[in-house]
Design a protein around this ligand. Structure first.
Ligand code: PMP
Length: 446
């Protein structure tokens, strides 16, 4: 590690609380461009994470820089709660158009994925008079009280939360809790929802919404089967329960469609977005049924939410995605990447599963392919060693054993080759026992 990085890491240790850290490698970023981050000692890293799926259009895009700079000079802030700014309204109009459903729609804006999930947590009971929610084992909806209550991830399990949320098993078919195989299971996990959960835990007439990630990301990059989402929609329709998709990580083009749920060709009642929408400027939101987002006046207000700088960055982000055909690239390069990762599965005993859509791909690391025993330490070592090789590849999962690939959507095939070569060398070193526990002791992970 370089001297400047080492110095800043020591200072960070002294003054920043661990509550806001999940450190997987010793990166002290200085600048970034395209798909590359340069640290304060001048070392370059290829970024397969896009900083947790925020930099969908890559770093330092000139159109974004121009849009933000011009807006800052005009009016950097007006509290949208009280003062209307045109870019905010324009972005909402564009998002309403992106959600192709046949009902009246509106938008709510916030600052982070967590507060957007809180919006649903507060407004659905207000709009429907129904007090309960259903969400999923392994789901990550955020760290505020409402969003952590909705979450089923180990990261939030330290907290009790508040409110009536029943969690049900996510269709994690690689590790089915019902010990079934997809598709011969006939989606027994949804029979459990209909027969047991509705009967004993969350009566449908008091259940306002089911909230789901179409690909459960922090839970381990697990795509829900399409027929699972379709049948879930039917169940919700039968009981007038809203079906809400949290697209904070996979939305805004990453899967090759604007929203990941679109692969299931169903209509959600609301969609939660965040992370990449404004390319790093603080912005999140919900787009969905007007009657949810019109539930009361001043019922979910954040002073700086929807400010014109973030909104302008949002509009520019949508334009860059469209002009650069980034969704088509996500499909093409994503397939190339996934195929290459599949070939690693054949070569390494610890590579258990490869899954994903577009440019959101997961590689599950196990001790042994047959037992599928999760291998979190090996995963942390791969991430650490890949970093030494100049590749940023974080890990997620309720067992902390899934490498998560969410690179900028303009990644090209040569960069895939370069990154996977660095990754393969790291996997090889880990399989041969070359990385020690001491190497990763600083990195607590999830
Ligand atoms: N929802 C999902 C699906 C997420 O992946 C995350 C963050 N990982 C959140 C919500 C919370 O977003 P934020 O950290 O911006 O509050």
């Amino acid at each position: 590690m370089g001297e400047r990085s080492s110095n800043i890491i020591n200072r960070d240790d002294k003054v920043i609380g661990t509550s806001m850290k999940i450190r997987l490698f010793p990166l002290v970023a200085d600048k970034a461009s395209g798909c590359t981050i340069t640290d304060v000692d001048g070392k370059e890293y290829l970024d397969f994470s896009a900083n947790w799926a925020v930099a969908n259009i890559g770093y330092g895009n000139p159109d974004i820089i121009k849009a933000i700079s011009e807006q800052v000079q005009k009016n950097s802030f007006a509290s949208f709660a009280t003062t209307i700014t045109e870019p905010t309204v324009e972005l909402a109009e564009k998002l309403v158009d992106k959600l192709q459903t046949n009902y009246d729609k509106k938008v709510w804006f916030g600052l982070s994925g967590s507060d957007a999930n809180d919006c649903i947590f507060k407004l659905v009971p207000l709009a429907t008079g129904r007090r309960r929610f259903i969400s999923y084992f392994g789901s990550y909806h955020g760290q505020t009280i409402g969003s952590l209550t909705l979450s089923g991830h180990t990261a939030q399990a330290k907290f009790i939360g508040s409110g009536a949320v029943t969690k049900i098993p996510y269709p994690y078919c690689y590790r089915c809790l019902f010990r079934k195989e997809y598709e011969s299971c006939n989606l027994m996990c949804l029979d459990y929802l209909e027969n047991e959960v509705f009967t004993y835990l969350s009566p449908p007439e008091d259940t306002g919404a089911i909230i789901i990630e179409a690909i459960q990301c922090d839970g381990g990059v697990i795509p829900a089967p399409i027929n699972y989402l379709q049948r879930l929609r039917e169940i919700c329709d039968k009981h007038n329960i809203y079906l809400i998709f949290d697209e904070v990580k996979i939305g805004v083009g990453r899967t090759g469609k604007f929203f990941g749920f679109e692969y299931a060709e169903i209509e959600p009642d609301a969609v939660i977005f965040g992370k990449p929408i404004a390319s790093g400027m603080p912005l999140s939101g919900v787009v969905g049924r007007s009657n949810i987002l019109d539930a009361g006046v001043a019922t979910h207000l954040l002073t700086t939410a929807g400010n014109p700088v973030s909104a302008t960055a949002g509009i520019a982000t949508l334009e860059v995605i469209e002009k650069g055909n980034l969704m088509a690239n996500a499909i093409d390069v994503g397939k190339y990447m996934k195929d290459k990762l599949e070939s690693l599965k054949d070569r390494y005993q610890i590579v258990g599963d490869v899954r994903g859509k577009g440019l959101v791909v997961g590689l599950e690391i196990v001790k042994d392919k047959n037992t599928k025993e999760p291998a979190p330490r090996e995963t942390a070592k791969i991430t650490f060693q890949a970093f030494q090789n100049g590749l940023i590849i974080p890990y997620v999962g309720v067992y902390s054993n899934v490498l998560e690939f969410t690179p900028p959507l303009m990644l090209n095939k040569a960069q895939v080759d370069e990154g996977i070569a660095k990754l393969e060398s790291a996997i090889d070193d880990v399989e041969k026992g070359k990385i020690s526990e001491k190497d990763i002791e600083r990195f607590t992970g999830w």
